[in-house]
Design a protein around this ligand. Structure first.
Ligand code: CP
Length: 289
């Protein structure tokens, strides 16, 4: 069995193998060996893409999904995450997908003997999001080495940014960050938005995570868009081959204007589609010896 907690645990070869497998699934590869295996999806934070693309991936593989409802469970009586997962293991379930607000929650799961896949932990890791981002970039450009990306926005609170910055640097992508200085946590070199727009192969926008930090930045949505967001005026300054990404959900007319969401350069919905294939590859890997 193979857990997937953080991409830092995987070699570049492992990562490329997952991406190649995901691309094979996208190209129609059949795989029935997980048919009938049971998986519990436990989301302790809201999710649309990660949760439901894991479900789609499970259905595509013939797996049987169970979706945990924390608010109707014994978590409400004080049961710990470990005891909850151990309970499901003892009931005979074969695998778990977990999203949890606590950074590195998976460090508390050392006694679990079935695979766990991390659907996001606090501001720490979001491995399957980064994998689907890498898949989308690989499909677009082929080789990742030498590409330039700027991730713009709420870097400090973003598990997507933290995971992507680490893994992308490791795979030879030149990574920059931009956006409000309050969100610069020093995890990559800072670059001005206007310069980034002209020079990058990829502009990745992040959502302002109002629910994590309230209105820490005292700025209206329209001011944010003007200073740090992508509108069509900025899109027109991008290189002809450059693309726009966003892990979503996005705040329309904050980090990007309405017209940018589905403009020619946007790969936002392609990222979501690729999420299903990446998660199929991750589920397949989870059961490998
Ligand atoms: N990108 C992402 O993780 O979206 P959800 O929160 O909807 O899963």
């Amino acid at each position: 069995m193979k857990n997937l907690f953080a991409l830092s645990e995987l070699s570049a070869v492992d990562i490329n193998n997952i991406l190649d497998e995901a691309i094979s699934f996208k190209n129609g590869k059949e795989f029935r060996e997980l048919q009938g295996k049971t998986v519990v999806n436990l989301f302790f934070e809201n999710s649309t893409r990660t949760h439901y693309s894991f479900i789609a991936a499970q259905h595509n593989l013939g797996m049987i999904d169970t979706n945990f409802n924390a608010s109707a469970s014994s978590i409400k009586k004080g049961e710990s995450l470990y005891d909850t997962i151990k309970t499901f293991e003892s009931l005979g379930f074969d695998a778990f997908v977990i999203r949890h607000p606590q950074n590195n929650y998976f460090k508390d799961l050392k006694g679990i003997n079935v695979p766990v896949m991390n659907g996001g932990d606090g501001t720490g890791n979001h491995p399957t999001q980064s994998l689907l981002d890498l898949m989308t970039i690989k499909e677009e450009f082929g080789d990742l080495k030498g590409l330039k990306i700027t991730i713009i926005g709420d870097i400090r609170h973003s598990r997507v940014a933290h995971t992507n910055i680490q893994v992308m640097k490791r795979l030879g992508i030149e990574v920059y960050i931009s956006g409000p200085k309050e969100f610069d946590d020093g995890s990559a070199e800072y670059i001005d938005v206007e310069k980034a727009v002209k020079e990058m192969d990829i502009i990745m926008l992040l959502r302002v995570q109002y629910e994590r930090h309230g209105y820490e930045i005292q700025m209206s949505k329209s001011d944010y868009l003007l200073k740090y967001g992508l509108n069509m005026e900025r899109v027109k300054k991008m290189k002809p081959s450059a693309i726009i990404m966003h892990p979503a959900p996005f705040n329309r007319n904050t980090e990007l204007s309405d017209e940018v969401v589905e403009c020619k350069k946007s790969r936002i919905f392609k990222q979501m589609a690729n999420g299903v294939f990446v998660r199929m590859a991750v589920l397949k890997r989870a059961f490998e010896v």
